[in-house]
Design a protein around this ligand. Structure first.
Ligand code: ATP
Ligand code: MG
Length: 415
């Protein structure tokens, strides 16, 4: 995808813009980039505390911070949209520009602090999307998302949305010494779905931070490592089933895409589960008795006194709006009563199961997962989706392989 914006960011005026001249104005943006752009939000961690501690000297600190950041942003074609106190909103015409600018800004701040001068920890968030202009400012969901991502970052950390991360990982224009690390999915304020967040690891700078400051429930799902071939119809059907039934079992032969589809649905539905969404991998469990302890382990529960593990799990789940995704249940189907017991004990619990065979318990809603459809290359509407078609093809081969090799240690099932 072409990420360069349609017209050059006139406000940036080349790479050597004198940062000091920017210092005077707090609102610069006149001619803002349009098209697909990358939004950057920054702010100083603990600025109110710093203001109290430093008093009048806070103004000098802020001026130094502005100077360092503006130099880095303008060198990489950043256009400053607005600045309020210690917070910047800057727009870049491409992902590598934004990534290089944020990294350079963090490096400058780090060097500045290391040289014994004032030190501030600045959080940054990047997201790439459509530039919707409202007068002399941007608006729309993408701007909102970028701001929320920035708020989730810790001082010194640069967080990226999945779109920005994917482009950064592919772009040869991202400078040496910058890597992108996946952090997982997190629920951010005012955003319906959980966000997959990534972090920049910048050589020479700290890269270990606590989990992002996210809202409410944990969303513990496997990372998405490659593109998801859209399954809009299945996702809509499953969301509707999940709204009406507390136990939904996705069935189908090995390799049909049950786990991928269930994970996608769980991520989309995560906003409905303030106490969290948890993925319980049962692929390597062949002993049904181990199901309760595997669930307890996923929920980070410890055994308590004389209570059985299942009782501890049920106590924990009671009165919590949690979604459990029990993956690869086919080897432990005889422990299906465990699922019934949990559902009875915890009235707000919902469970998605992936299994080659249904659990056959009361309340179960089975959803046979159809194989990914093969797009018709003669249909004009489907022609641009050849990448999907290649993916579908390889999924078919994967499924064939899976069927040939799925004898051990799994039980043989009638597919
Ligand atoms: N919609 C999709 N888009 C992209 N890749 C997919 C999609 N669905 C499945 N895959 C890929 O196909 C492979 C098999 O999918 P998945 O593991 O979900 O199958 P499964 O039905 O859960 O298989 P099993 O019964 O062996 O657990 C995986 O590599 C997965 O990433
Ligand atoms: Mg699976």
């Amino acid at each position: 995808m072409l990420l360069e914006s349609q017209r050059p960011p006139v406000g940036a005026e080349g790479h050597d813009r004198d940062a000091e001249t920017c210092l005077a104005s707090e609102m610069i943006a006149q001619d803002l980039p349009t098209g697909t752009v990358t939004f950057l939000f920054t702010d100083i961690e603990g600025s109110t505390r710093l203001l109290h501690e430093l008093g009048d000297r806070y103004g000098d600190l802020l001026a130094e911070h502005h100077l360092l950041l503006r130099r880095a942003f303008s060198r990489h074609r950043g256009v400053e949209v607005s600045t309020e106190g210690d917070a910047f909103f800057v727009v870049f015409p491409s992902v590598p520009d934004a990534v290089n600018a944020a990294s350079e800004a963090q490096r400058q701040l780090f060097r500045h602090a290391a040289s014994g001068r004032s030190s501030v920890a600045v959080r940054m968030g990047l997201h790439t999307g459509d530039a919707e202009l409202f007068g002399d400012n941007y608006g729309g969901l993408d701007v909102h998302r970028a701001a929320r991502i920035s708020s989730a970052a810790h001082g010194g950390q640069v967080l990226l949305s999945v779109v920005t991360a994917q482009h950064a990982m592919r772009s040869p224009k991202v400078s040496e010494g910058i890597r992108v690390k996946e952090l997982g999915r997190f629920r951010l304020k005012d955003l319906d779905e959980s966000e997959q967040l990534f972090q920049l690891c910048i050589d020479g700078l700290p890269s270990d931070f606590p989990p992002p400051s996210a809202l409410g429930g944990t969303v513990q799902l496997p990372p998405r490592l490659d593109q998801f071939v859209e399954r809009k119809k299945e996702i809509a059907e499953l969301r509707s089933l999940l709204a009406r039934h507390r136990l939904v079992t996705l069935t189908g032969p090995g390799g049909t895409g049950k786990t991928r589809l269930a994970t996608e649905v769980a991520a989309i539905a995560s906003g409905d589960f303030p106490h969290g969404v948890f993925f319980v991998p049962l692929e390597s469990i062949t002993e049904p008795d181990l199901v309760p302890s595997t669930i307890a382990g996923t929920l980070s529960l410890r055994e308590a006194g004389m209570r059985t593990v299942l009782e501890t799990v049920k106590d924990y789940l009671a009165h919590k709006a949690i979604l459990l995704l029990l993956d690869n249940f086919e080897q432990v189907v005889s422990s299906a009563p465990v699922v019934s017991e949990m559902l009875l004990a915890a009235t707000e619990l919902r469970v998605i199961v992936t299994s080659r065979a249904p659990l056959n318990i009361t309340g179960e809603q089975e959803y046979p997962v159809p194989p990914l459809s093969m797009p018709d290359p003669t249909e004009p509407a489907t022609r641009p989706r050849c990448a999907d078609m290649r993916r579908s093809n390889s999924l078919w081969s994967e499924r064939e392989r899976s069927l040939q090799t799925s004898t051990s240690p799994r039980r043989m099932l009638p597919w």
